[in-house]
Design a protein around this ligand. Structure first.
Ligand code: KG4
Ligand code: ZN
Length: 337
């Protein structure tokens, strides 16, 4: 008879305070997400100090709500998994200290989790990961292509050399006067426009899996300024569409090339930008043609949440990974470690 494992997950790396209870790395019993987006909107982006304060206010009620929703008591929890990094250091520390306090008070193992691994494992909550696989991570802080031969075995094939893709979306949104977070707004506007501006497809033809989005972002800003100076109309929908087509072509092109080069039939996508409609459509088409199985989690699991942290936590627990009370937050941390 197999024993069920219940992992309590805690995530506080950016602007979501989240606590979850996940059974055996696959089944969500509770996934409470307290978003701070409304609070950060007035600043046009996440303010680290403000984020930390919200985490402090939100963490205890969120833990209580997760346990209540799951209908489980701390005594039955097998381990506490918490995001160690990457992320905002002050924000991370709130979740880590709460996890340490619980681990100490209830004498439970403490498990450090990489946030990016969490994004990948969001897929495991919908369907078991099939190895080998390629994972495309597209979020506000990260753009990475990762090869996995097995559970917890991560090889970074490429990453962004400058801005993350979500970050570029948010900056372009600001340039054309859309609010924060801009990604979903650019995405919606893009569906009304045409690719008329023909922005560069940076690094697409180059022999690398790395990405670069800051040049594209500058191209958009320059185009808008040039049009303004000449007194010509800026067609915002066309700007949004042209930008999005450039981003999507590069992401899809590299992801598919990695699948072919590594002889992989399973591509999984993760991170906030995985909700992007243009990206979903183009990936679906490209994978269908090549007989690659494509998995993209439900949008609620694409953005930051603690269920994905508990999912990784389960496999780390089984592998015997433990942290002690000296666990500290790490703003940057390598998934290959
Ligand atoms: O994964 P996530 O919730 O947080 C990080 O860990 O970074 O990603 C948030 C990012 C933001 O930059 C947001 O603008 C972007 O994901 N985003 C989108 C869409 N929905 C969210 N970008 C493009 N299209 C979308 N539909
Ligand atoms: Zn994230």
């Amino acid at each position: 008879m197999t024993i069920n494992r219940y992992i309590l997950g805690i995530e506080s790396s950016c602007d979501e305070t989240s606590v979850s209870v996940v059974k055996d790395g696959t089944e969500i019993l509770a996934n409470i997400v307290l978003s701070q987006i409304e609070s950060h909107k007035r600043f046009g982006g996440v303010v680290p100090e403000v984020a930390s304060r919200h985490h402090v206010e939100g963490i205890i009620p969120t833990i209580e709500e997760a346990l209540n929703t799951a209908g489980i008591q701390m005594e039955k929890i097998d381990a506490i998994a918490v995001t160690e990094g990457p992320g905002l250091i002050g924000a991370l520390l709130v979740g880590i200290n709460a996890a340490k306090a619980l681990a100490f008070a209830y004498d439970k193992p403490l498990i450090p989790v990489n946030h990016i691994a969490g994004h990948i494992y969001a897929n495991n909550l919908e369907e078991p990961l099939e190895f080998p696989l390629i994972s495309l991570i597209v979020s506000g802080g990260h753009t990475e292509l990762i090869y996995m031969k097995d559970h917890l075995d991560f090889e970074i094939l490429g990453e962004t050399r400058d801005d993350a893709v979500g970050e570029a979306y948010d900056k372009v949104a600001r340039t054309i006067g859309l609010g924060y977070p801009g990604g979903p707004k650019v995405d919606a506007l893009a569906s009304e426009g045409q690719d008329t501006y023909d922005f560069p497809r940076v690094l697409l033809e180059k022999d690398t899996y790395d990405f670069s989005f800051s040049g594209l972002k500058s191209a958009v800003i320059n185009k808008k300024h040039n049009l303004n100076q000449k007194g010509e109309d800026v067609n915002r929908a066309n700007i949004a569409r042209s930008f999005q087509d450039s981003v999507v072509e590069v992401l899809v092109g590299k992801a598919v090339r990695a699948c072919e080069a590594y002889d992989v039939n399973h591509l999984i996508v993760a991170g906030g930008v995985a909700s992007n409609r243009g990206l979903r459509e183009q990936l679906t088409e490209a994978c269908e043609i090549r007989d690659i199985k494509l998995s993209i989690p439900h949008p609620q699991l694409c953005t930051d949440n603690a269920a994905m942290i508990a999912a990784v936590g389960f496999y780390l627990f089984e592998a015997g990974v433990r942290a002690d009370m000296s666990l500290n937050g790490r703003s940057s941390i390598d998934i290959e470690e």
